[in-house]
Design a protein around this ligand. Structure first.
Ligand SMILES: *Cc1c(COP(=O)(O)O)cnc(C)c1O
Length: 458
């Protein structure tokens, strides 16, 4: 079996090495991400504007572009200790299978019941809601990982949790729903008759299978109208990237232990939270001129916000109740093809990552879903872990980069984020195995039609 000096299969950190602070990459960005705008006045959202929707401390984190480090409260760190520090794995078996001189590492975030990195931010958001004395929170979930993570976090702090689950997932993933109910959440398929915006969307699009943008609108409306509730979001927002920086900080600490310097850091990108969290400390070094890395965001060809989207102000939701964010977007009306099975379906991208991408500090590639599942299977067969389809986008490009090294003979060090496990995604795997998976890629005309409906801001 292949080995490399003294580098073990898994690099574990001690509990005492769990980060004590989150890192806010915005502090080191010369070009700050554009501010959220109030949709009524088109002026930057103030803390006061955001108060009915979000928890006070989370608003403070959202609006802070200058503080580099935020202390992680003890209650959150203690919860983290149940499943962190997460291992950094040297993919020796994959390297051997590919016969590549590249050195491949992955940071595995699937070691908790939610099966993804989303618990890192869920526990933080639930904590601040509890500290504020709130009764509960509302949210949306697509594939179900965020809803599960938030249900777990709310159960821990004794908060009520109302989840709007995209209808197609609600129907295709009944077991996800039951996990959430096990942790005490109430789960409503979206769009629903329980909100004004849901009723409006149902009237306009009868029979719609829903979208994340729609579920967000319903969750926000319910939070604003219910006393003692606020809305929480599992990706896209800058506060979520802040919490997810724990991934990158641990990764960097593990690499530093063995003096390893990565050349390429790869992550899948839905709303950008795991990628943003993974790259933050490394991007900080790049921004400060201390080191250089290649960063690659990987997105589905069927929902290509960075590679084919517009960098513009857009609504974060379909019902247009949320603030406007400047981001790479396909338009808030964009709904990926119903046969897209690989997750990462959000129409926009974190405004932090959008700005970094626009400044040329990060690359992006899009990949077809059949090739993503091929990579998933190849990985599962040698590394043992059954990867989530989302995570497999990163696996795809890590393998592609490792194969380029095989051609050139370069011994590059590649690090990628393995965000979670795919146990609830077997319907998608089944489609792939049965040869029924199709690669639906939106046409330029479809995207243009969606761009034409972007709000006119600048
Ligand atoms: C939600 C999710 C993603 C994508 O979300 P980001 O905010 O872009 O990180 C990726 N992988 C898994 C397993 C997820 O659950």
């Amino acid at each position: 079996m292949k080995t490399d000096g003294n580098i073990p299969y898994k690099i574990y950190l001690e509990e005492s090495e769990l980060p004590k602070q989150w890192y806010n990459v915005r502090a080191d960005m010369k070009n700050k991400p554009a501010p959220l705008l109030n949709p009524a006045t088109l002026k930057p959202m103030t803390a006061e504007d955001l108060k009915p929707v979000f928890c006070d401390e989370l608003i403070r984190q959202e609006l802070d572009d200058t503080t580099a480090y935020f202390d992680i409260p003890d209650d959150i760190r203690n919860f983290y200790k149940m499943y962190r520090p997460a291992p950094l794995v040297r993919a020796y078996c994959l390297e051997e299978k590919l016969d590549t001189p590249a050195k491949i590492y992955y940071k595995f975030e699937g070691n908790n019941t939610s099966g993804s990195h989303k618990l890192n931010s869920a526990i933080a958001q639930a904590y601040y809601a509890k500290m504020q004395g709130l009764k509960g929170v509302t949210t949306e979930t697509g594939a179900g990982q965020w809803g599960t993570a938030l249900s777990m976090a709310c159960a821990y702090f004794g908060l009520d949790c109302k989840v709007y689950m995209v209808k197609v997932s609600y129907e295709q993933k009944p077991f996800r729903r039951e996990v959430m109910r096990t942790y005490g959440a109430s789960v409503t398929p979206s769009p629903s008759e329980t909100t004004e915006v849901g009723r409006k969307i149902l009237a306009e699009h009868p029979g719609t299978t829903g979208s994340l943008g729609c579920a967000i609108s319903e969750a926000v409306e319910t939070a604003v109208k219910t006393d003692g509730y606020r809305y929480v979001l599992g990706s896209v927002l800058s506060q979520v990237l802040l919490h997810q920086s724990v991934i990158g900080l641990e990764t960097k600490a593990a690499l530093d232990k063995y003096g390893i310097k990565p050349d390429i850091i790869i992550g899948c990108a839905g709303g950008g939270s795991n990628l943003g969290g993974l790259i933050s400390p490394f991007m900080g070094e790049k921004l400060r001129g201390e080191a250089d890395y290649r960063f690659i965001a990987v997105e589905p060809a069927s929902c290509p916000s960075l590679t084919r989207g517009r960098y513009a102000y857009d609504f974060c939701d379909t019902g247009m109740v949320c603030p406007l964010a400047k981001m790479y977007t396909l338009g808030s009306n964009f709904i990926p093809s119903a046969n897209h099975a690989g997750g990462l379906r959000y129409h926009g991208m974190s405004s932090v990552l959008s700005q970094l991408y626009d400044d040329g500090l990060m690359e992006a590639v899009s990949v077809g879903q059949t090739s993503v599942f091929e990579a998933a299977e190849e990985f599962a067969r040698v590394e043992g872990i059954l990867p989530a389809p989302e995570s497999s986008h990163a696996i795809r490009v890590a393998i592609d980069e490792a194969m380029k090294c095989k051609e050139t003979g370069e011994e590059k060090t590649i690090v990628f984020g393995l965000t979670g496990t795919g146990y609830f995604d077997m319907v998608a795997y089944e489609k792939f195995h049965d040869g029924k998976m199709v690669d639906y890629i939106p046409t330029d005309e479809e995207l243009e039609a969606s761009f034409a409906r972007l709000p006119k801001v600048e």
